[in-house]
Design a protein around this ligand. Structure first.
Ligand code: SAH
Length: 227
């Protein structure tokens, strides 16, 4: 059973977007994963297919209606669907490579993309939505956040990355940020490549990479070492 993503959005035309090119695009074309979209407006109420309303208590903007979203979710993910239901949200738990790995090993995900001021709190509770953030900043909608999550997941799926090994030593997989990379030419604008990398001594190369990774992590992200 392969990974199946269902994205609930007011802008299905944004998909597959960047997920339709390069490795993800080839994987999608091969059927290594499935990506379907659901137009939330199809579940809107009334002649205008309304999906939002003014915030209770007043204030700026509009809030996506719980009843509309619940109908969209129930249609896309009937009872018994084993996939987690995610809500892209700046209030959510920050996305990590650990959660990405878990998702990549699962049957897929149902992903709700917010717009406007966000969604009615009651649907988050009633449909047990897992709020996921892609960082401490505000996007105009959940679509690009969903693409970030899916891109991170899809590259881990079996068969997607040409060189499976290159996923293993990447930043976060080891608990450290990655060491620097170099390639030809050996000299560029007067800058050379560290001698150890051209020495042919694989043990020394490994030790240098480990030391660099630790140094970069300590200076840039000491919070990662604390974990
Ligand atoms: N009023 C909200 C922001 C709404 S932004 C607040 O202050 O918290 C509109 C939608 O964009 C959100 O519902 C969410 O789906 C999406 N979004 C915005 N920033 C995001 C982030 N950092 N991570 C994930 N989704 C985000």
């Amino acid at each position: 059973m392969s990974f199946r993503a269902t994205v609930l959005t007011l802008y299905p035309e944004m998909f597959p977007g960047p997920l339709g090119v390069s490795l993800a695009g080839k994987a999608l074309a091969r059927g290594d994963f499935a990506l379907e979209t659901v137009q939330i407006r199809d579940f809107g109420v009334g002649r205008h297919r309304t999906v939002d309303d003014t915030p209770s208590g007043g204030g700026a903007g509009m809030v996506m209606r719980a009843d509309v979203l619940a109908n969209a979710i129930d249609s896309a993910s009937p009872a018994g669907d084993p996939r987690p239901r995610l809500l892209m949200s700046p209030r959510g738990k920050p996305l990590t490579q650990v959660r990405v790995r878990e998702l990549a090993a699962s049957a897929g995900a149902v992903i709700l993309c917010g717009r406007f001021e966000g969604v009615d709190e009651r649907v988050i509770e009633a449909r047990d939505l897992e709020e996921v953030s892609v960082g401490d900043y505000i996007l105009s909608g959940g679509e690009m956040a969903a693409m970030v999550l899916l891109d991170a997941v899809v590259r881990l799926l079996p068969g997607v990355m040409g060189n499976a090994r290159s996923g293993e030593t990447e930043s976060f997989e080891t608990g450290l940020l990655e060491h620097p990379h170099y390639t030809r030419p050996a000299e560029w604008e007067g800058r050379t490549i560290p001698d150890v990398l051209t020495s042919g001594d694989h043990g020394a190369v490994e030790r240098w990479r480990q030391a660099e990774a630790e140094f970069i992590t300590r200076t840039r992200r000491p919070d990662l070492l604390a974990e």
